[in-house]
Design a protein around this ligand. Structure first.
Ligand code: HEM
Length: 240
């Protein structure tokens, strides 16, 4: 359920505070970097079998960051903004801060990446003792996650205006196309995460929730591209 709460708060904040997110983005990058730093130290301590006790609320927030829910929720908002109807003010608000949201999502996902990447690398996932579906699901989760990071890094860097200006518009647009592969890899990762979890209502709900978000996005994106192509063809026919 952490993902639902994360999606709710991140969407509400992004829609209603978009003006301030845009205006104070540099400040927000610093604040998020500080929180990510603390959460990364926590992740390294967990991997080394230490633990940190937080006051309530902070505990839930740090757990949501560590589990990937906060990073995942904000990336899903960035993703979905691309298929929302632009006639709505909500969509225009979100479109204005898409670069900022991508940067904040990238920063807040670092602790999760550090935690679970080293969790796997240090053999804590106990892959050698696994066979069949658990083994393949773990390998697919790890591989899709690592490739997702490899795509996320250049997308993250080129979301900063300073680097974006150094690229031609065409080169930047071509690079952004990789975001669709990133979303696909993210989907594979979270589905494998929940396939591996013991059967429960929460697990089944999360499987349905993530599938409906990513598959409805894919469906709308395909329709959007198809309609765009169809309009372009009909304009061409009219010109002839
Ligand atoms: C771009 C990078 C990544 C993103 C956006 C991401 C996102 C997510 C999301 C959304 C979840 C589910 C959270 C939930 O429903 O509560 C998750 C869980 C998980 N991810 Fe990632 N992830 C990333 C990288 C990685 C990497 C590199 C690994 C390991 C190699 C990894 C391993 C895991 C594991 C083991 C879980 C389950 C955590 C738990 O049970 O609480 N992730 N991730």
């Amino acid at each position: 359920m952490t993902i639902l709460i994360s999606v709710f708060f991140i969407t509400i904040a992004s829609v209603f505070l978009s003006k301030y997110i845009k205006k104070y983005s540099q400040c927000l990058y610093l604040i998020f970097t500080f929180i990510a730093l603390v959460a990364t130290v926590h992740a390294i301590m967990i991997v080394n079998n230490y633990s940190i006790t937080y006051i309530p609320v902070l505990k839930q927030v740090m757990k949501a960051i560590d589990s990937g829910a906060v990073g995942g929720a904000s990336f899903m908002l960035v993703m979905y903004t691309g298929v929302l109807n632009k006639k709505y003010k909500v969509t225009r608000n979100l479109m204005q801060i898409r670069a900022e949201l991508s940067i904040l999502s990238g920063i807040i996902t670092i602790p999760h990446n550090v935690h679970y990447f080293f969790h796997f690398i240090l053999g804590k996932a106990n892959l050698s003792a696994q066979v069949g579906i658990p083994l393949w699901a773990n390998l697919m989760m790890f591989t899709s996650a690592v490739f997702a990071i490899m795509i996320m890094i250049p997308l993250f860097i080129t979301s900063f205006r300073y680097f974006r200006k150094k690229m031609s518009g065409k080169a930047w647009k071509n690079l952004q196309e990789y975001a669709y592969i990133f979303y696909g890899l993210l989907f594979i990762q979270v589905i494998m995460v929940y396939v591996l979890k013991p059967a429960s209502m929460t697990r089944n709900f999360c499987l349905v929730f993530y599938s409906s978000i990513f598959l409805s996005y894919a469906g709308q994106k395909i329709m959007q591209v198809y309609n765009k192509k169809r309009t372009a063809v009909s304009v061409k026919i009219k010109e002839v």
